[in-house]
Ligand binder design. Structure first.
Ligand code: G6P
Length: 596
């Protein structure tokens, strides 16, 4: 949520920052701005709207040191004035900030200053000016001691060839190139410049200058940072000929899922390394899965598989609710946090709360992210960078990651799962997904028939109920069509009142134990003239109800939700594109939600 990018080196900063911000645009796209130190002072350009609005303006900025920002508005509407960077009254200090300054009103009162923007961030520039006595690092440090809230922060001063950076709760990485530093909210944006980097940890502050860098904590003690290396291929953050990242990421699922289970399952063993001893695993009484948005849906899918495999009660919680509820946790509980980005503020807070009482595990995509580090141990899903705001390959990866966790726990307890059957099914997953992706054009035709609808219902039973929830979420996120997911049997307790010839209803109707029951639900919709789209493993009985049938290959129950989700991702994608919307950057959303 909000992206920070900065450059200090020998090249023209504005061009590099502009490109960096484009890579970070998924974090927010309400407004953007760049400040560059030139021979006489600091030149600033900022503009409401998407980053490309800044392209021409940024060409006016000449200099080799600068900071930029792409915003997802929290305090203050998206407009030019509220866009970052913000400056001090004397305009000598510029800041870009990601996070929330919770005590911004108190700080304004303390400074007795008037801010020109409605943001919580601007006060930081004034506070730093207040503390500035010639040493910028010290002024920022003293300021942050007064701040309550979260920040990823970059600061520059007209009189210093340096960028000061700080972090508390909002990520900030520093890339070390040849005679240059690149700062960014995520690794993907520094990868085109260098593979060498370090991450600031919470309550750390750093100074980057042409002759080197230093990092310390807010108490002024020096800190040595371990340098790390980006191991993934930079090409993975390009569109590779696809019209959108979302489509590319949907099509990556044969490979991303393989990356998730490769080397981790054999016919008789699960190979993951978790910081849980066997005695604890045997003693687990309850598993609590915690996440937000799509990650919460993956937890709901996994709940079925976990309970079935482990015979342990599994609960699924919204991180935002869990964190404030004083959850009742015991030492024999295991809390599993699920997050694509590893940065979601509510999930991180839920994890910190859980850690006080019991063991925790993370199911995370972004390697080295805050939640991954904080969780202590877990399973990376290895889906690769996910840029499209609507999560697709991470969702299916999370379902698989959670299944691996369940199988690992089972292995240490009852050994009830038949790993050979599961391994065989996983080995076939790639071909199955490819077969679904080959139906892309057929799914597009269904989208063409329905993209003008204003409402959608998605219905499923068992583990297909959360698949229905996710199908509805994908559609509403990127097409702005109102959509709801329901357990199919619940339809008669309310949603059935909505059914008429204008209501498309998507049924996830596999051939499983509940097939006959879902056919009855379909009858109920058919009788009321609702339009049916059916997703099934066998279309024979369904042709009577609709010509819009998507067949998916049949696999074991534990994996079927993965296959069922993919056509729904494609359906949402095509509907958004037909409505002339950008599925990669839906309005009001951001990929990484680092505020509450
Ligand atoms: C945002 C994204 C969703 C995502 C959710 C949780 O709302 O737009 O796609 O599911 O955050 O994010 P996480 O990174 O924790 O999975």
């Amino acid at each position: 949520m909000c992206g920070i990018f900065g450059y200090l080196g020998n090249k023209q900063a504005s061009e590099i920052i502009f490109q960096g911000l484009q890579r970070l645009e998924y974090r927010g796209y309400d407004s953007a701005g760049i400040a560059v130190k030139n021979g006489t002072g600091i030149a600033l350009e900022k503009k409401k709207g998407r980053i490309h609005n800044l392209q021409e303006l940024s060409k006016n900025l000449k200099g080799t040191l600068g900071i930029g920002h792409t915003r997802w508005a929290t305090h203050g509407e998206p407009n030019d004035v509220n866009a970052h960077p913000h400056h001090s009254t004397d305009k000598k200090i510029m800041i870009v900030h990601n996070g929330i300054i919770e005590n911004f009103s108190a700080l304004k009162e303390f400074l007795n200053c008037s801010c020109i923007s409605a943001t919580d961030s601007e006060v930081l520039a004034h506070l730093i000016q207040h503390h500035y006595k010639g040493n910028l690092l010290e002024a920022v440090r003293l300021s942050l001691l007064q701040v309550e809230g979260t920040y990823g922060l970059a600061v520059m001063h007209q009189h210093h060839d340096e960028i000061i950076i700080a972090r508390n709760g909002s990520p900030l990485v520093v890339g070390l190139g040849k005679n240059e530093y690149i700062i960014s909210s995520d690794l993907a944006a520094i990868a085109p410049h260098t593979k060498k980097y370090f991450c600031l940890d919470d309550k750390q502050i750093g100074k980057l200058t042409p002759s080197g860098y230093e990092v310390k904590d807010l108490e002024n003690s020096a800190i040595t940072k371990e340098l790390e290396r980006i191991t993934w291929d930079v090409k993975s953050i390009e569109k590779k000929g696809f019209s959108h990242f979302m489509l590319k990421e949907i099509f990556e699922q044969p490979a991303s899922l393989k990356n998730c289970f490769r080397g981790r399952i054999t016919n008789d063993e699960i190979k993951v390394t978790l910081n849980l001893d066997d005695a604890f695993i045997k003693s687990i009484n309850r598993i609590i899965l915690v996440g937000c948005g799509t990650s919460w849906h993956s937890a709901l899918v996994a709940e079925y598989a976990m309970e079935k495999t482990l015979n342990i009660p599994v609960e699924v919680e919204y991180a935002s609710e869990f964190r404030y509820r004083n959850p009742i946790l015991h030492e024999n509980d295991l809390v599993v946090v699920i997050s694509q980005s590893g940065e979601t503020a509510d999930t991180l807070a839920a994890l910190k709360e859980a850690k006080k009482h019991c063991k925790t595990i993370g199911i995370i995509n972004v390697v080295g992210s805050t939640i991954a580090r904080e969780a202590g141990s877990g399973i990376y899903i290895h889906a690769g960078p996910e840029i499209g705001v609507a999560s697709t390959k991470a969702f299916t990866g999370q379902i698989l990651g959670l299944l691996l966790l369940a199988l690992y726990i089972d292995e240490k307890r009852e050994k009830t799962a038949n790993l050979k059957t599961i391994k065989d099914a996983l080995d076939n997953l790639e071909e199955h997904i490819k077969a679904i992706l080959e139906k892309n054009e057929d799914i597009k035709k269904i989208a063409e028939a329905y993209y003008n609808s204003t409402n959608f219902l998605f219905l499923g039973r068992g583990s297909n109920f959360p698949v229905a929830l996710e199908g509805a979420l994908k559609l509403k996120e990127i097409s702005y069509i109102h959509a709801e997911g329901y357990p199919a049997a619940e339809m008669k307790h309310g949603p059935i009142a909505l059914i008429d010839e204008h209501m498309p209803v998507v049924f996830i109707a596999n051939q499983n134990g509940l097939h006959d029951k879902i056919i009855s639900n379909m009858e109920e919709v058919y009788a009321r003239k609702g339009s049916i789209i059916a997703l099934t493993t066998d279309d024979r009985e369904l042709k009577k109800y609709t010509k819009h049938i998507i067949t998916v290959p049949e696999t074991i129950d534990l994996l079927q939700p993965i296959l069922n989700s993919i056509p729904l991702q494609l359906l949402a994608y095509h509907i958004a594109v037909l409505k002339n919307l950008d599925p990669d950057k839906p309005r009001n959303l951001a990929k990484s939600v680092t505020v509450e």
